[in-house]
Design a binder for this molecule. Structure first.
Ligand code: ARG
Length: 595
């Protein structure tokens, strides 16, 4: 379906053409219409007469008047008024708007068109480190990545989400060292052992939760210990049997827990691949880089130069192997690109990390292009997000200044939400808890996604969990309100069958505002997908929820006496509910039945 603003602009352009100010004469299209910046005066406006004045050596108001004349009897505008010094103030025809929404109700995806060229996209997000607890820094990558995945998928692209686990680094060596200290007699540490290793892990998830932090702390204090952990990591990476068996145990114990936490945030990966998956690709990648003449030895390390003539800041070479032959964070990112090209051949790979990794991704992308890991047209896109801060403006911490674990943050939000839900509501303890869990996730996700990703934001528990204002709970509250009106309508014998509900033209300004807002859905979703910008979806549903609540306060819905008018209002409610639910679904949360 054409976007409404485009249809309006076309109507306007036709009037400019008819008045003799067409594209051929003006050298550009003057008929572009925008949403009014003076909603008290008009709904839409066109400034084309101002833009054309110079070219036609005419006062803008004269042009505007002539164009307005041509719009008399327009089926699109109920009013087109030329005002000094030359603006065209516009009001939309109620019938045109009604027809647009009627078509929108019938259309696939509410009139969002399929992309001209659907892309295959891999999204690399989450980035959890196995055996280490997820912390608040991992929230944004997961939540924004998940939403971008859902938005692009809804828009008609093929999207593969990959967790890209950190499962091959020093933390694995640290856990192995920590375990060795606790249980030195385990067969995994016996180099002469040739038998099968036990299927049962020699530790629990709770043990793991202690072993890693202890070993990590020790390695920071004791360089000798750290060297041993690095050695253990190296041995594990290079195939020491016992260490590989321990690695498997660590994965088996840690992954279900990671899956559970991501699951509670509605984050679903298609692939749970990690750095370990590409380990075996590294030698051939390195060989190709050498053969191609890209990689060379500098101070013992293998590097690829990635600086470019136009650089204004220094871009250091990309290090592929350290002087001891060990691979780096870089190396696995590059090998992962190689693997993704082989397995999925994506048109685009999108990465979500903290914005401090900008130079890093610059290097990696340049290196991937230079060494031809990707094709010239493969798009590599990095989205750097800002920090989650506390009310003091500093990175969010626990009360005693420690790193905030993601699980704790989720739990705290659920508790706060439960407290608010129980306030003034008659609900069983069980039901309240179930509702609080759902609403809390909306608070967390919306609190994050409503900000432009690159900006830092303040985690404000009280504001995020409020039922009023620009929050997830407010959006859910609005949806639940609509659902309860519809339920009452059914109770009173009404039918929600589409065939019976015919949408009529708006009868008041609040209703019209809401209808105009709904009509912007396809344009909004298209730009949210093109710009990979979930905050656009949030802004849209916030405006829509406000428009609905305003309309709701002014309108008698269930007590409307005119039957066809009542059915029309119900049709509008259904459309609003469906659009809101589609939007929250792409943001990654759902609405409860009651709240
Ligand atoms: N595991 C890393 C961390 O926790 C994040 C990985 C980001 N993704 C990537 N492809 N490098 O810091």
């Amino acid at each position: 379906m054409k976007k409404m603003l485009d249809m309006i602009s076309e109507e306007m352009q036709t009037a400019f053409e008819a008045a003799g100010y067409g594209e051929a004469q003006a050298g550009s299209r003057l008929g572009r219409v925008t949403v009014s910046n003076r909603p008290d005066l008009c709904e839409y406006q066109c400034n084309g007469a101002m833009a054309g004045a110079k070219k036609f050596k005419k006062a803008p108001i004269m042009i505007a008047n002539e164009v307005a004349e041509k719009l008399r009897g327009s089926k699109v505008f109920s009013q087109a008024e030329a005002v000094a010094p030359g603006f065209l103030n516009l009001k939309l025809s109620e019938e045109f708007l009604r027809d647009y929404l009627r078509e929108m109700r019938r259309a696939e995806k509410f009139g969002l068109e399929e992309p001209a060229k659907p892309r295959k996209i891999v999204i690399d997000y989450g980035g959890a480190n196995v055996a280490k607890p997820l912390h608040v820094g991992h929230l944004r990558s997961a939540v924004i990545g998940e939403s971008i995945k859902r938005i692009c998928r809804y828009a008609g692209h093929e999207v593969i989400g990959d967790a890209h686990l950190g499962d091959w680094g020093l933390q694995m060596g640290l856990v192995i060292m920590g375990l060795k200290e606790r249980q030195p007699d385990l067969v995994y540490f016996d180099d002469s052992y040739v038998g099968e290793y036990p299927a049962e892990p020699p530790f629990t998830l709770a043990d793991l939760g202690e072993i890693y932090p202890e070993a990590s702390k020790k390695s920071k204090e004791d360089p000798e210990y750290k060297a041993q952990a690095m050695e253990a990591t190296y041995k594990m990476q290079n195939g020491a049997r016992g260490y590989r068996a321990l690695w498997k145990h660590i994965m088996n114990v840690s992954l279900p827990d990671l899956k559970k936490i991501y699951g509670s945030l509605n984050v679903e990966f298609d692939l749970w691949k990690g750095e370990s998956d590409v380990h075996d690709l590294i030698p051939e990648m390195v060989q190709d880089m050498k053969d191609g003449g890209y990689a060379y030895i500098s101070e013992g390390a293998l590097v690829v130069d990635v600086k470019e003539e136009t650089d204004t800041k220094e871009v250091p070479p990309c290090m592929i192997l350290k002087s001891d032959g060990a691979s780096l964070y870089n190396t696995s990112d590059l090998a992962t690109i190689l693997e993704r090209m082989r397995l999925y051949h994506p048109d685009q790979i999108i990465y979500l990390t903290d914005k401090r990794q900008d130079l890093y991704f610059d290097q990696v992308f340049r290196c991937a292009r230079k060494t031809k890991l990707v094709e010239p047209e493969t798009e590599l896109k990095w989205i750097g997000f800002g920090t989650v801060n506390g009310k003091d403006g500093k990175p969010f911490k626990t009360r005693d200044g420690g790193v905030m674990r993601l699980e704790t943050l989720i739990q705290d939000t659920k508790e706060e939400m439960l407290r608010k839900i129980k306030e003034g509501r008659e609900m069983s303890e069980e039901e309240a808890a179930a509702v609080a869990d759902i609403v809390a996730i909306s608070a967390l996700l919306y609190g994050d996604l409503s900000n432009q990703a690159s900006k830092d934001y303040i985690f404000d528990m009280d504001r995020f969990t409020s039922f009023e204002g620009d929050t997830g709970p407010y959006i859910l509250y609005t949806i639940v309100r609509i659902k309860s009106i519809l339920a009452k309508y059914v109770q009173q014998g009404g039918s929600l069958d589409d065939e019976e509900l015919v949408l009529q033209a708006a009868t008041g300004q609040a209703q019209k505002q809401m209808m105009m807002q709904l009509a912007g859905f396809n344009a909004m979703m298209e730009s949210a997908s093109e710009e990979t910008a979930p905050h656009r979806v949030c802004a849209f549903i916030y405006d829509l929820a406000n428009a609905f609540n305003h309309f709701y306060h002014e309108t008698q819905i269930l007590s409307e006496e005119d039957e066809s008018q009542k059915k029309s209002l119900i049709a509008l409610l259904i459309l609003t509910r469906d659009v809101l639910e589609t939007c929250i679904h792409v943001l990654g949360f759902e609405a409860p039945e009651k709240m």
